[in-house]
Write a protein that binds this ligand. Structure first.
Ligand SMILES: Nc1ncnc2c1ncn2[C@@H]1O[C@H](COP(=O)(O)OP(=O)(O)O)[C@@H](O)[C@H]1O
Ligand SMILES: Cc1cn([C@H]2C[C@H](O)[C@@H](COP(=O)(O)O)O2)c(=O)[nH]c1=O
Ligand SMILES: [Zn+2]
Length: 193
């Protein structure tokens, strides 16, 4: 009985955050949780910021090309309008959304919705990114995932930008970013100075 009550179909309203650097498996983990909820016959809906058009305009796609249908949104307020009657709401690339996302997630969780948010914890300068730090603070559960440092094989903690561009938002992949551990990141940025 306890097993059934704790299963995918009987979760109370809650906020789960999956965060980390680029290539750390955030999108794969989000897709995994959403697919399991779907198997449990939960009504699921995934949202992503409309600006993230890297692989697809209306799918969330991982670096390994796993994908799941999603709805592009311009701002966090759209989620409340589009998620009525949904059991599990997923949000990918949440670092690009406005700070209103924090209240939207609280509101959904208070209504009994399970909310799973995936996003970058830090930008390329190592600065906390958008609404993610505040979401970590109010979350019921935070999962920090790690890529592998491409220089030394340790656990990576940040996404190092490989191209000269100081804008905070710059969509990209392996040609623009590499995941590095703290030591390798310090060495990389001191060589750039
Ligand atoms: N340096 C790396 N460390 C770990 N995984 C990597 C690395 N480079 C590429 N990958 C691939 O990225 C996949 C994770 O992709 P994804 O879930 O889209 O990550 P994220 O959403 O965190 O950027 C891994 O399963 C792996 O195949
Ligand atoms: C570090 C950093 C990243 N971005 C962009 C680059 C990618 O398009 C996404 C992150 O995608 P992922 O699924 O986590 O791999 O964000 C950015 O705009 N600014 C940055 O500082
Ligand atoms: Zn390293």
């Amino acid at each position: 009985m306890t097993e059934i009550l704790n299963g995918e179909a009987h979760r109370p309203g809650r906020i789960e955050v999956v965060c980390g650097s680029m290539f750390s498996g955030k999108t794969e983990e989000l897709i995994r949780r959403m697919k399991r909820a779907n198997f449990a016959r939960q009504k699921v809906e995934i949202f992503k910021p409309a600006i993230d058009t890297r692989y697809s305009e209306d799918n969330v796609v991982s670096h390994d090309q796993n994908s799941i249908r999603s709805t592009p949104i311009e701002s966090s307020g759209s989620i409340l309008l589009l998620a009525s009657d949904i059991d599990v709401v997923g949000i990918d690339e949440a670092q690009f959304l406005d700070n209103g996302l924090v209240e939207v997630c609280n509101e959904l969780a208070n209504r009994g919705v399970r909310v799973i948010v995936a996003g970058l914890d830090m930008d390329f300068k190592g600065v906390p990114f958008g609404p993610i730090p505040a979401l970590c603070a109010i979350a019921d559960e935070v999962t920090k995932v790690h890529a592998i440092c491409v220089k030394c094989g340790a656990l990576a903690y940040v996404s190092h930008r490989l191209v000269a561009n100081d804008k905070r938002v710059l969509l990209g992949e392996q040609d623009e970013y590499e995941p590095l551990c703290r030591d390798c990141y310090q060495k990389a940025i001191s060589q750039e100075k």
